[in-house]
Design a protein around this ligand. Structure first.
Ligand SMILES: Nc1ncnc2c1ncn2[C@@H]1O[C@H](COP(=O)(O)OP(=O)(O)OP(=O)(O)O)[C@@H](O)[C@H]1O
Ligand SMILES: [Mg+2]
Length: 259
């Protein structure tokens, strides 16, 4: 069998990736992922699968797939998780949403290198606090390069990163990183992507992701992905291409909170 080899210099990171892979296989059994063919001391050989990376044309397909994945994982396992704590399921521990993210967001905002952030540090903390009581889904770094797409299927790859996250958080990641790669997306496409995602949780009586939450999570990704601008194919910065409504709903929220 043809394989794709990923090397890990840190054995702990290698073990963590294998645990994440097992958890995704267990909680999303109908989603295609590469098999682990062999585990070697500093590498994992994955089954090699064909497909192209995500593009703007794939956004609705990927949004719907993420909605399906998150809803299935919530129903099977994450209904028992709280976003402000880590979650253990069998031999897998998934980090809480705020865990290292709060520190990283504060640190990046503190450097003054994030252009045009719509959220200041207090607003970040406010959103992390609100997220603590939201239904739990997960973040698995839904950038366009972590999907392999053919005419007939979508394969999910890259199991290095996995944390708890609110519904809509990884949807915001694919939207922001696709736009950073290919340029501004039509507003209608973004709205349709949110609707395609929300269809899944709402079919199961879960609230899904509001427009305001989606806008906030886009800003989280803007801050966290800014250090990679100019690499990984990221040619555009979210603050120059984001739809105006995402800023409007956050400003409106600030006003309502202050009054
Ligand atoms: N199982 C696989 N079969 C075929 N190609 C793969 C497979 N796994 C990874 N790749 C290819 O290698 C690329 C990098 O793999 P991966 O995403 O796991 O590593 P990475 O360090 O996160 O890289 P990146 O930052 O580009 O996402 C993928 O975008 C994909 O093109
Ligand atoms: Mg990757």
């Amino acid at each position: 069998m043809r394989t794709f080899t990923k090397t890990y210099t840190d054995p702990q990171l290698q073990q963590r990736t294998l645990a994440h892979h097992r958890w995704i296989a267990h909680t999303n059994p109908d989603v295609r992922i590469p098999e682990v063919v062999q585990v070697r001391p500093t590498a994992i050989d994955f089954e090699h699968l064909e497909g192209h990376h995500g593009t703007a044309d794939d956004l609705l397909t990927l949004a719907s797939l993420l909605g399906h994945q998150h809803t299935t994982a919530h129903t099977r396992d994450l209904h028992a998780a709280r976003l402000d704590a880590s979650h253990t399921s069998g031999d897998v521990t998934i980090a809480g949403f705020a865990d290292s993210r709060r520190e990283r967001l504060h640190q990046l905002l503190g450097t003054g290198t994030v252009p045009g952030s719509a959220l200041a540090r207090e607003a970040i903390d406010g959103w992390l606090e609100r997220a603590a009581t939201m239904p739990a889904a997960f973040y698995k770094d839904a950038n366009p390069r972590n999907f392999l797409i053919t005419d007939t299927r979508v394969v999910i790859i890259d199991f290095d990163s996995l944390t708890l996250a609110p519904f809509g958080y990884d949807l915001a990641k694919i939207v922001v990183t696709t736009a950073m790669t290919t340029g501004p997306l039509p507003e209608a496409t973004i709205r349709q992507a949110v609707a395609a995602y929300n269809r899944h949780p709402r079919q199961h009586g879960l609230p899904g992701c509001s427009r305001r939450e989606f806008a906030a999570w886009c800003e989280f990704h803007h801050i966290l992905t800014t250090p990679y601008h100019g690499t990984n194919g990221y040619q555009f910065s979210w603050h120059t291409i984001r739809p105006a409504w995402t800023i409007d709903v956050l400003r409106q929220f600030d006003k309502e909170s202050a009054s």
